[in-house]
Ligand binder design. Sequence first.
Ligand code: FES
Ligand code: FES
Length: 219
Amino acid sequence: MVPLASPASFATSSIELRRMPLFQKQRCAAARISPRRAGDAAGGAFARRDHIDESGHPVYSRGEIGRESVAMQIRVNGTAHEVDVEPEMPLLWVLRDVLDLTGTKYGCGVAYCGACTVLVDGAAVRSCTLPAAAAAGKDVTTIEALAQGGTLHRVQAAWIEHQVPQCGYCQSGQIMAAVALLQTTPKPSDAEIDAAMTNVCRCGTYGRIRAAIHAAAQA
Ligand code: FES
Ligand code: FES
């Protein structure tokens, strides 16, 4: 598998992922319990991670707002947001739970599937493993910002033309990865597409994705 086209400090590469101890993978996977939902379950709107239990899963509980959080600025889709979150909170949770940008999806939580792909300073990054602190001061672009003034991005238009989405769950991540690819490789070959598009699609839309990227490259 080809490592993500992102700065090493931004995301766990596939090689790093394979070397990651099991308990760390379990902790990441357990993060499917988002901080906000964990907080709701605990009776509050804010949650903090208290400790790791004996199974290696993080345990969340209601916390005092700002108790372990840090104020930071993250620019998302051209707008600077002041957020007050734990520095290690995954960017994905900041986007979905703090900023209510739910177009970016949660899949595996371990930087494998790509459902959470966004652009950070133009590079495709898996936001489920990128700490919020690492995104501070960066430009983050999500699927919500691709269409401009009611006009779809050429990749989105090609996706529709080629009827790429099936269940659709992986597709916002696939589209963001394709946008990043075309920014660095305007006319990618099949081999370059296959090497760059490491996102997983359980519906098996890979052939349509390849065709749509070629179409977008011609647009
Ligand atoms: S949810 Fe981030 S890579 Fe799967
Ligand atoms: S379209 Fe269903 S997972 Fe990709």
